[in-house]
Design a protein around this ligand. Structure first.
Ligand SMILES: Cc1ncc(COP(=O)(O)O)c(C=O)c1O
Length: 502
């Protein structure tokens, strides 16, 4: 805005009181939006008027902020993915918290660059990393970083593994070169797709990730793992790392992390654990045996925007040996020199632990979450989600038309509707249609996967707003839609039989 006393402009409001009025209105609207979330369907499609509004050409002229806010209210706010809703259990999405809304606003106001520097935001990130390590029973001497999510956290950790375990200087020379072995990373076939993607980005190629068979419980087959490592070595490849799963994306299964830690010592491999959501089981005393061995990992990745219930985006990577972590990412430059005093007395600590130079104040929402709720209540919440998943599984087992497709060790439930006299592919189609109708009718948002080749309705419960009756509503919806679709199929068959030539 230009000022009466200057020909220079800035982007601050000309009328701070008017800005405050709008900001207060926005806060009131957002609080109301959260308070009434249950009264709306979890999802509805983006209507044409909103789609048109959201494809307008680049604005060259300024608009009133109040008008922009009105457009937001009419065309943006009513059409979210819906993961703040109590009946959203698709993929693995977090709900977000009310205090998270506030902390996002506070962090945005400070707009700190958290690359390092002598400032409160960096001190908070350091503190939060220490707290998170303690929460996981991981050594508090470990270094760590908050990143955009678990894909980024896993990638960061594997970059450290690659540098440490390659028998040549990866940072200086890269992976190419005559006589260089192919680097290999191992994990179960239940490992999330971040792993081959990460191998691709780190130059190992997608083939660099070796999918090892899993048992009926979804845990890695240790004999098959050992045999593959040995066969690869015999073929001249260089095994560098094993990924252990603490909660697989399909069913929430856990690998035997203690056995993997032992194997990695025997085979001189980096042991990384992907605990995107499952690592949070560490907060629940009864579930702790599941994560046993995680504390022995060389690196650990997990999210806070899933089972930490926080707003997107925030994941965490922890690396046991802080020196190895730093040596993987530190990069000197004239414009980043460290004079020992002033605002940047030392090297930019956080930028030496990951890819990003410019970084935001993600740590504030984690700090506020942990201080506001405490780990006891968060553990209670995680435990409640697991109990709710068991409640859903029990209800499914009581319904003759429903079939549980996988064990429920944690918070994930995979099931399907089983109509009479249907072939496997007809059952898949039927369940796909049930899923779409459940979503489109605004009943709930589960997602899907395939279990043993069968299409499965999949519920991932990382939702702090869900109540048991929400799962009853889901089951009632699946039963009713399944019954009417089955009736349609039977009617079509009867009609076909009538018109079929004799
Ligand atoms: C087990 C597992 N690992 C990694 C990821 C990737 O995490 P993000 O989506 O935060 O990148 C997911 C996502 O659902 C996951 O379930």
């Amino acid at each position: 805005m230009s000022r009466p006393d200057s020909d220079e402009i800035d982007l601050d409001p000309q009328d701070w009181d008017a800005f405050a009025d709008l900001a207060h209105r926005a806060v009131d609207d957002m609080v109301e939006y959260l308070r009434t979330v249950r009264e709306r369907p979890p999802w509805k499609p983006l209507p044409d008027h909103a789609r048109a509004e959201l494809t307008e050409p680049l604005p060259r002229a300024a608009s009133e902020l109040t008008d922009v806010y009105d457009t937001f209210r009419e065309s943006v706010l009513p059409y979210p993915t819906g993961n703040i809703h109590p009946r959203f259990w698709g993929w693995v999405m977090g709900t977000g918290t009310a205090d998270g809304v506030l902390s996002e606003m506070l962090a945005a106001t400070m707009n700190s660059h958290v690359g390092g520097y002598d400032q409160s935001a960096s001190a908070i990130e350091r503190q939060v990393i220490g707290w998170l390590a303690e929460m996981m029973d991981y050594p508090t001497s470990a270094s760590g970083l908050l990143v955009s999510g678990c894909t980024a956290a896993n990638l960061t950790a594997i970059a450290v593994a690659r540098r440490v375990k390659a028998n040549f200087d990866v940072r200086e020379d890269g992976l190419s070169g005559v006589g260089r072995p192919r680097l290999r990373i191992y994990g179960s076939c239940e490992t999330h797709s971040w792993a081959p993607k990460c191998c691709d980005l780190l130059g190992l190629g997608r083939q660099g990730f070796r999918h090892i068979a899993a048992d009926r419980q979804g845990a890695i087959d240790l004999d098959a793992l050992r045999a593959t490592i040995h066969a690869d070595r015999a073929a001249g490849d260089l095994p560098i790392c094993v990924v252990g799963n603490a909660g697989t994306v399909n069913t929430g299964a856990f690998d035997d992390l203690t056995a993997l830690a032992d194997l990695c010592i025997e085979e001189d491999l980096w042991f990384h654990v992907d605990g995107a959501f499952g690592a949070l089981a560490a907060l629940v005393p009864e579930l702790r045996p599941l994560v046993k061995g995680l504390e022995r990992a060389d690196s650990l990745a997990f999210d806070l925007h899933k089972w930490g219930y926080l707003q997107y985006e925030v994941g965490c990577v922890l690396v046991r040996d802080a020196g190895l972590h730093r040596q993987t990412f530190a990069m000197a430059a004239d414009y980043l020199q460290t004079p020992g005093r002033g605002i940047q007395p030392e090297a930019l600590e956080m930028t030496e632990l990951g890819l990003q130079l410019s970084r935001g104040f993600r740590a504030l929402k984690v700090w506020m979450l942990l201080k506001t709720h405490g780990t006891d209540r968060l553990g209670q919440m995680v435990g409640q989600n697991v109990d709710q998943a068991r409640y859903l599984a029990a209800r499914i087992e009581r319904e003759p038309q429903l079939e549980l497709l996988a064990p429920v060790p944690l918070n994930l439930v995979c099931f399907r509707y089983v109509g009479p006299y249907l072939s496997p592919s007809e059952l898949d189609d039927l369940n796909q249609e049930i899923l779409l109708r459940i979503q489109e009718q605004g009943i709930a948002i589960p997602s899907s996967t395939r279990i043993d080749g069968h299409f499965a309705l999949r519920v991932a419960n990382t939702n702090h707003r869900t109540r048991r009756e929400d799962f009853d509503a889901l089951v009632d919806g699946v039963l009713s839609i399944g019954a009417s679709l089955t009736a349609e199929i039977e009617a079509a068959r009867a009609e076909a039989a009538l018109v079929a030539p004799v």
